[in-house]
Design a protein around this ligand. Sequence first.
Ligand SMILES: NC(=O)c1ccc[n+]([C@@H]2O[C@H](COP(=O)([O-])OP(=O)(O)OC[C@H]3O[C@@H](n4cnc5c(N)ncnc54)[C@H](OP(=O)(O)O)[C@@H]3O)[C@@H](O)[C@H]2O)c1
Length: 322
Amino acid sequence: MHGWLVREFGGPERMLWTTLPDPVPGPRQLLVRVHGSGINFAETRMRAGTYGGQALPFVMGMESSGVVEAVGASVRGFAVGQRVFGRARGSHAELVLFDAEHTLAVPEKLDMTEAAAIPVGWLTAWHALITVADVQPGARVLIEAIGSSVGSAALQIAKWRGAWVAGTASRDDKAARGREAGADAGYNYKTEDVAAAAHRDTAGHGIDIGLMTIGEETATSLFDAMAAEGRIVMYGSTGGRQVCFNLNIGTRNLSLQSMSISTSARFLPETMRTFRDVALPLFARGVFKAPVDATLPMARLVEAHAMVDARTHFGKIVLLND
Ligand SMILES: NC(=O)c1ccc[n+]([C@@H]2O[C@H](COP(=O)([O-])OP(=O)(O)OC[C@H]3O[C@@H](n4cnc5c(N)ncnc54)[C@H](OP(=O)(O)O)[C@@H]3O)[C@@H](O)[C@H]2O)c1
């Protein structure tokens, strides 16, 4: 098979489409022929060598949809020929191994390209808003980087739960796309006072749940936007890992919680379970729709990384095999 291999960390030129041995599934794994594979911001860090714990060499990609070609001896509930999707390292390839516990069956009415756009972004947003924050109807939610794949998923999940939702973006057109996609408010954090706008638009109440992902550039405005007793769920460090903030957040009883779906003990028993039982039927019914910003042939991964760097996308960029 072919896949996008990285032997040395560096720029996009370090990613090579090359011949690789076909992967062989272990007892709890499935061999999947990849239909499509979504692009994630974290992959640009993996390629560059700034993503913690990433060893060399490795095949790019963290998620895909595809068709099962072989099933490990201990796997139950999946069969050859079945359409599946999920988080799977090495997905920018023709074949990839899925761990059975991370594999989801593609609902009948869900398109395979849309399925490729779901796993990382939607499971992260679902974990943040449902498992960690348990967002309730009427909560005021602020989503940083609403156009990101996690942010655009969080918007639909928070609206489905009956929350009031504001989103931020670095450009007016992306803030507007957030509003078109259902956000009650959209702020350009480069040009607007987000905290003042959030208090204005919530009649002085402020934000109950803030999804934090950018870092130093927007941390103070996010803290200032929060309501008393508000909760911030930090899931990303897209703009850098060092953040300086004032401990006077204590006087407003703010909570700051961090999370990672890769390491959370709650991810498999809670997030995967409720996502299967609750979210998948909502995709099948068209209540949830993963926004696919662009599709590109698998061969154009370098271009896809340039699109992530350009930060103009809203939702997911998906690579497709022939
Ligand atoms: N905790 C977890 O388990 C988990 C799981 C998945 C992803 N993540 C993290 O979540 C974040 C979003 O991932 P994603 O794949 O959804 O991202 P994405 O679709 O590539 O979007 C990232 C967006 O972040 C914003 N941004 C702000 N400052 C930036 C900067 N200095 N450089 C680049 N982008 C910047 C940009 O939107 P604007 O220009 O509009 O600000 C950009 O489009 C990443 O940090 C990722 O590592 C965490």
